[in-house]
Ligand binder design. Structure first.
Ligand SMILES: Nc1ncnc2c1ncn2[C@@H]1O[C@H](COP(=O)(O)OP(=O)(O)OP(=O)(O)O)[C@@H](O)[C@H]1O
Length: 269
């Protein structure tokens, strides 16, 4: 692990545009994540959030201008890039082999594989990696799930295992794409508390939370990017940026009343 200067830019998009036919899905988007920062991304359905993340991960290329850099350099090696950016999505759950024990799912993250091919990897599965995978699960209070088949886990448990999996690659940044969707209120609060704890402990891994629910932005997610129609409409300190006017602009509904509690903002629509 190299030393990360807190001012170091770990990911930067400069004036990135992406077009399908005549339509600009992203229009001159600029965004910079510095070491140690945690971000929330807000925006209505279709605002361009997933497209932005796909470009940041190298799954799509900006085809209408702009530049993406990681640690100040343009992307060169795509497989290295993908190891350096973890992505936790609902889609990924469906791609994990049903019978795979959760510990193997976590281990597979180190090899940037979906599905751990144990027999092929026998030589690489050193005891220290197995210990590390247990440690990643334990950090999320989930080591008790190690032997359970992934498909049999609850939604919240699956998310924890996928976050542990993403951390196994020692990425620069992890994108969490609506991690609370499908969770009951209790499971949601527990997962958010875990994310907050991780964010507080993770000086070396930036977390980026995409959410439609403002109250899910925990205090450590001190920066927010707000998008509408493929453009950045606001970016900066969460505490300054989350206003009723902004939420009205983003979601095109009457201004909510904002209740501030425990350094979180709860909109009452
Ligand atoms: N390959 C494509 N062809 C045509 N339209 C596309 C393509 N990819 C994305 N879009 C459109 O671009 C817009 C932005 O999509 P994107 O998935 O980035 O939005 P989002 O902000 O992640 O939305 P959601 O919150 O619903 O997940 C949508 O209107 C979508 O239909």
């Amino acid at each position: 692990m190299f030393y990360r200067n807190p001012l170091m830019s770990i990911l930067e998009l400069s004036e990135v545009s992406y077009r399908v036919g005549e339509r600009f899905i992203l229009d001159r988007v600029s965004w910079q994540v510095r070491a140690g920062q945690h971000w929330a991304i807000l925006g209505a359905n279709g605002a361009g959030k997933t497209t932005l993340l796909r470009i940041a991960c190298g799954y799509l290329w900006s085809n209408a201008g702009g530049e993406v850099t990681r640690l100040g350099c343009p992307f060169v090696d795509l497989s290295e890039l993908r190891k350096s950016i973890g992505w936790v999505t609902l889609d990924m759950q469906a791609r994990i082999p049903r019978d795979e024990p959760a510990l193997d799912t976590v281990l597979s993250g180190r090899f940037a594989q979906i599905g751990l091919r144990r027999r092929l990897l026998r030589d690489e599965l050193q005891p220290h990696l197995i210990d590390e995978a247990h440690g990643q699960l334990a950090a999320l209070d989930a080591d008790g799930l190690a032997t359970q088949a992934f498909a049999t886990l609850s939604q919240g448990e699956k998310q924890k295992v996928l976050i542990a999996r993403a951390r196994m690659a020692k990425p620069l940044v992890i994108f969490l794409d609506e991690p609370c969707s499908g969770l009951d209120p209790g499971a949601r609060e527990k997962l958010l508390a875990t994310l907050e704890q991780l964010a507080q402990q993770s000086d070396d891994i930036s977390l980026v939370l995409v959410t439609h629910h403002v109250e899910e932005i925990m205090p450590s997610f001190a920066n927010t990017l707000a998008m509408a129609d493929g453009r950045v409409v606001a970016a900066g300190k969460t505490s300054d940026l989350l206003t009723a006017d902004l939420l009205t602009d983003l979601y095109q509904v009457a201004a909510p009343r904002l209740v501030h509690s425990d350094r979180r903002v709860w909109p009452i629509w």
